[in-house]
Design a protein around this ligand. Sequence first.
Ligand SMILES: *Cc1c(COP(=O)(O)O)cnc(C)c1O
Length: 726
Amino acid sequence: METEKNYGGLDIFKMIAAFLVVAIHTSPLASFSAAADFFLTRELARLAVPFFFMVTGYFVLSDRLWGEGKDLRPIWRYLRKTVLLYAAAIILYLPIGIYAGHYKDLTPFRAIKMLLFDGTFYHLWYFPALILGILILCLLARFCSLKAGLAVSAVLYVIGLFGDSYFGLIADVPGISKAYEMGFVLFSYTRNGLFLAPLFLAMGAWLKRKGGKRAPVFNAVGFVVTFALMTLEGFVLRYFDLQRHDSMYFLLPACMFFLYRLVLSWNRKSVGALRTISTWIYVLHPAMIVAVRGAAKVLPGKAAALLVDNSLIHYLAVSVCSLAAALAVAVALARLRRPAFERDRAWIELDMAALEHNVRTLQGLLPESCRLMPAVKAEGYGHGAVLISRELNRLGVKAFCVATVREGIQLRRAGIKGEILVLGYTHPRQFDLLRRYRLIQAVVDMNFAEELRKYGKKLRVHIAVDTGMHRIGIESGRVDEICQIFTWKNLKVEGMFTHLCVSDSEEEKKIAFTKAQGEAFFRLIEELKQRGYECPKKHLVASNGVLNYPEFAGDYARVGIALYGVRSAEEDMMRADVALKPVLSLKARVASVRELKPGEGAGYGLAFVAKRPAKLATVTIGYADGLSRLLSNGRGHVLIRGCRAPIAGRVCMDQTLVDVTGIADVQPGDIAVFIGRSGSEVLTAYDMAEAAGTITNEIFTSLGARLARTVKPASSSAKRADAATK
Ligand SMILES: *Cc1c(COP(=O)(O)O)cnc(C)c1O
């Protein structure tokens, strides 16, 4: 199953590319052979920057500019980030540039040109070029197809070529060389956002949309051949001394095409950290060159000579320093980015490794033709609909169901991709929103179907079928009416579904009922087919269906609770022999600790009374956060410092008292775990549901908006899993 996009190859090659850029600026082989150095820095290393552009085109631009769900917002966000990074780099390099005498005769015109085209330090041209290139493609996308955009970019590239490696050819052609000279007044070279960036950005975008096929051998051969030819091209240009600047070749795009596809086929897990680190190696390495040179000045003669004069050692020293500095920045940024409120008061921790495990486990129970259509209604069962859906998207899930239009819109606004089915009633006033946000509507009964028809504009629908639950749906026997819906022009019937209502039960009668539901549904499908109405997607199983009746799997499995790693109740029937992993932990802080004398009461109604000397901890979570009041008076428990402690007295709106008598060393600031692990103890959602007399679904969906929702880093969960199996 295609749940994981493996872009690790791209991440690793970004690192390689970053070190190639370091090579361009340090000439590692210069001490040994001019030709070898030319090969390394003017041929091989010229693959680096186009690669960076292509990655951006691939991930940031392609689907947003030329996909079905055109959406510029992520692009603006990316641009803002790039501008910020550029600004930070300018500030960082300002003193170094002044020290190096870069800005000696700076006129306002030059300053602006520098800011817009060349960057304020020799390597920073990349950022304005990236920004300009993206803007050009956004503009192109408004007026032309991806292919045409590619063609326009290619023309710009060819124009750029003659201001770069091929300048010698046109230098003597009066009119043209004049035009180029004028261009150079504006931008020092033509390897910039106007001439170089658009083509590689567009190529990245094109590869994402059209070039997904991966044939490693073909690409490897293609790369080797085109790179060999490009090397030849470079050496010929060098021999005839035609280059004004040597970064653009006719064969470079062809070479990049094969290289990028080759790297794509390198199937490894994505490593986000590598992307950050390679970016910072790029930004910081010139500063490290200055630093290494500076260090050489203060070191004793011989060491200094080695550091600067031996080009290879110089390169290695700069590379190591750049890597170290980039790592330091990446770590510092990761710290800074952590939201301020994350683990301060009361919060949910999501274990995305567990979610991934559940996705794979549940998909594993189903035939290949049945895809997951997770239920992320009710804030993703309280977990956080956007956080969960994003992760599911990342895992390759392409269909979701929600209960309301509003929930669907929330997902679309967060950039969630794929089909979104609204399972419940929608007011006709909101039908426009269904269209605007590309949502699919369930047809809840014949009356509602009539409303949908009256609306007149095109709508995508799945027909709900009532096979015995009697909640929503058109009764499965009313074939004529269902056929009618198929004939209505404005309704595009993309699916049909029913819902099983006793698929959790081992009782023979209930099992028979469930089977009858399934049969009624498939009989209807068959009947429709005979009358010539083919319905593309059929679905009936939810969590219990997947676990107990996988033979009913149609095209989708609308898994909810099981995806979050539990079932509604622990004693529910489960035929499948699988272990799901809970995704959610619920935690809060100890705010205050106090001692009570025997006979003293605590909390509203003084419902808690100390029988002996007692110690109470006040914990920063209450029923407004979703901690049920039914857990009052010792029915619910908490883990503090790895020990179980009962809830004391009545749960308040924002705070809860816990009896921590006998637990040593409880301090303000300690973490109180309501669902999850503390030391070797675990409290499950089942424990809480049972104590509150309900099912886990209600426990989860009650969790309040005031809770912070945080993602537990995958590495720490892996470590914990290790510890648990030891
Ligand atoms: C909520 C819901 C689901 C998901 O149910 P789980 O038991 O949580 O898997 C599936 N289908 C429909 C129609 C639902 O309303």
